[in-house]
Write a protein that binds this ligand. Structure first.
Ligand code: ZN
Length: 308
């Protein structure tokens, strides 16, 4: 058993650390059931998603939880063994798209064809066609309003692709904060957001989960829980915990964004551990009944009232 001192000191055989115990207190207000999601993609400068994903699989197994893994098509092609291993360990395999670009850059016919191919490739590997989709960059915005209908036609049951606020990267201001159904029947599970001044941030994942100070995380968790909109989920990427990666300039993030994405990765794992403490993750596919009564929203005007 490791006996290093400092923040990551192991305190008991469960692998609980001081950092994860602190994180668990920050998230205490959140509901007991949520969905732990991972966007499985490669990242420039890294050694690939296999190593960090294995750590996430071990973490989920140790906590008796199962999650949803959104696989980018290039990973399906380059790492078929990893995709099979994720499925073998009981997690849901879903699609992170055929290419890592904003949906607004897609053309409907080409998108439909490429997504059908990506879907079939996953189905051939796992034996099941994926029912879930996550857009790169949460880029389901008004400019890509046609996407939910295409996804429904391709047999997808849900999407978790929308940031329901104005955000510098991508967002759909005015969209419901909680789960809702598109007119096509596709279920949408918006990313949980919290407010910091005028800015809405998806605080339970990625760079936000890594960088937000503990007191801020506590406040955002409490506010989210008080909102009562349901459908809690977290997100992360294998690179969020890859400390061996070298700094590489990402054209889509700029020099400062690239630096932010590279730094502070040691905080990811303890915070995810804290999120799983006293809380259980179920794959989205296992929670669909929970969302069967959500309201329908057509993409315009005000968000509907919360479902009873
Ligand atoms: Zn992504």
């Amino acid at each position: 058993m490791p006996t290093r001192s400092g923040t990551f000191t192991y305190q008991c055989e469960s692998g609980r650390t001081r950092a994860s115990a602190r994180a668990a207190r920050r998230f205490a207000a959140l509901p007991a059931i949520f969905t732990f999601t991972v966007d499985v993609e490669t990242h420039p400068g890294g050694s690939g998603p296999t190593g960090p994903t294995a750590r996430l699989l071990d973490l989920l197994e140790a906590r008796g939880s199962r999650g949803t893994f959104f696989i980018l098509d290039s990973v399906t092609r380059s790492e078929p063994g990893l995709v099979r291993e994720i499925a073998r360990r009981g997690h849901e395999i879903a699609s992170h798209g055929h290419a890592h670009r904003h949906l607004a850059e897609e053309a409907p016919a080409a998108f439909r064809m490429a997504m059908a191919t990506a879907r079939d490739r996953l189905a051939a590997l796992t034996g099941f066609a994926p029912v879930g989709f996550r857009a790169p960059y949460f880029s389901l915005t008004p400019a890509a309003g046609w996407v939910p209908e295409v996804l429904a036609e391709l047999g997808f049951a849900y999407s978790s692709s929308l940031l329901p606020a104005r955000n510098p990267l991508a967002g759909w201001p005015g969209a419901p904060r909680g789960p809702f159904r598109w007119p096509s029947g596709l279920l949408e599970l918006p990313v949980p957001v919290g407010r910091i001044g005028p800015v809405a941030v998806p605080f339970l994942g990625g760079m936000y989960l890594r960088w937000l100070p503990p007191w801020r995380l506590s406040g955002l968790a409490r506010n989210w829980a008080a909102g009562g909109q349901g459908g809690l989920w977290s997100y992360c990427h294998p690179y969020d915990l890859d400390t061996d990666e070298s700094l590489v300039h990402r054209p889509d993030a700029g020099p400062f964004g690239s630096l932010m994405l590279w730094l502070n990765r040691r905080t990811t794992l303890p915070r995810l551990e804290g999120l799983l403490e006293g809380r259980r993750s179920l794959p989205f596919a296992a929670r669909l009944v929970e969302f069967s009564m959500v309201p329908t929203w057509g993409g315009g005007g005000e968000a509907p009232a919360k479902a009873a």
